[in-house]
Write a protein that binds this ligand. Structure first.
Ligand code: FA5
Length: 345
């Protein structure tokens, strides 16, 4: 059979195939070892050099043509399959309205998550990664790696929910994400890590047992307090979209040296004093500082060559200041009348 006839026959058989497997069989039949095109190629050894040249080129051309036809046919079958499954799973966009008509309510984001996402976007736009970490931690990640050894009085600072094995705990702060983040990367780097934290403490207008923090860290060869102040100021002006009064005062945390407390003038009472600011006019919002060399070492980073800053933002309190919420317990009440005021869709 001539090459032209082989291709015509192949085209006719290809048109009659019903599925991908048929196409592959057909291809194997023509291009396989015993295939008609392969037979022609084998026959070339008895041809004259002149014939071999033209026939060889024609056969190779035919092989490429057949492969192209096979690929096109398989793509057509796949497209058919996708179209058929799309038809089966048609989405009815009018359904949402009819559900609403029946009195059902659409969900929405919780105000803490609205603010969390906004802050993540702000930091991502400044080159920060967003990291996650487990709620259940061990002592090393929650305390030791953060320069809070067993005997250190700072362990009393945080009342901890311990598991029965006395080795595991519910993380008391998102600083655990610092430790994990450092171990997994080499300087320079910058990241934020938001999440739930847990403390066994008495609740009041500004304290919950389960609340949210957002950790931030930047490490490199020449990171300074100037960087820290710049990023904190940018964060607050983006979130509040207006001038807010802040104050920076010395703060003690074993994992930073020097450490600071950044307080915001209470936006609930305008600084006059209320239950949220415990009648002092300022709300503790953003502890921060330069990372202690021992913490860098625990994270596998050489403190001789690198330094860094870290901060731990109290997300719930930021939400309270932004929306003028006078009691943190509203945020976790699960009361739909409260939650629905923040609905974004
Ligand atoms: C810490 O948790 C440190 N890990 C923060 C840090 C990170 C300091 C990195 C330096 C460097 P503190 O215990 O102050 O710090 O908590 C941080 C913030 O969480 C507070 O400023 C406050 O806004 C918020 N916060 C603390 N306790 C509660 C609570 N019980 N309820 C609601 N918010 C709280």
């Amino acid at each position: 059979m001539s090459i032209k006839a082989i291709i015509e026959k192949f085209q006719a058989e290809l048109d009659a195939t019903q599925k991908v497997a048929d196409v592959l069989n057909l291809k194997a039949h023509i291009l396989g070892k015993q295939g008609s095109l392969s037979e022609i190629l084998k026959g070339l050894k008895d041809a004259t050099p002149e014939e071999r040249k033209t026939l060889g080129a024609e056969a190779n051309q035919a092989k490429i043509q057949i492969e192209d036809l096979v690929t096109a046919k398989i793509s057509a079958f796949e497209a058919q399959e996708i179209n058929a499954s799309l038809l089966k799973t048609k989405i009815d966009f009018s359904l949402r309205d009819s559900i609403m008509d029946k009195g059902l309510r659409a969900g929405g984001l919780h105000p803490v998550h609205i603010i969390q996402r906004e802050i993540e976007d702000i930091f991502v736009s400044m080159g920060f990664e967003v990291l996650d970490g487990p709620h259940i931690e061990d002592e090393w990640h929650n305390f030791e790696a953060l320069n809070i050894p067993d005997t250190h009085p700072a362990r009393d600072m945080q009342d901890t929910f311990w598991f029965a094995d006395k080795k595991h705990l519910l993380r008391t702060h998102t600083s655990t994400i610092q430790v994990r983040g450092m171990k997994e990367r080499k300087p320079p780097f910058r990241f934020v890590g938001p999440g739930k934290v847990f403390r066994c403490e008495r609740t009041d207008a500004s304290h919950e047992m389960c609340f949210h923090q957002l950790e931030g860290m930047m490490v490199g060869e020449d990171v300074s307090i100037g960087h820290l102040i710049y990023f904190m100021k940018t964060l607050l002006s983006e979130i509040f979209k207006r001038e807010v009064e802040v104050r920076l005062r010395p703060g003690f945390f074993p994992f930073v040296e020097p450490g600071f407390e950044l307080d915001i003038k209470c936006l609930i009472c305008g600084g006059k004093g209320c239950s949220v600011c415990k009648h002092v006019g300022w709300v503790e919002l953003l502890p921060c500082g330069m990372v202690h060399p021992n913490v860098l070492k625990a994270g596998g980073i050489d403190p001789e060559k690198n330094n860094g800053f870290a901060f731990g933002l109290g997300l719930d309190r930021l939400v309270m200041m932004r929306y003028g919420i006078d009691d943190i317990r509203h945020l976790h009440s699960g009361d739909l009348r409260f939650n629905q005021q923040f609905k974004t869709f």
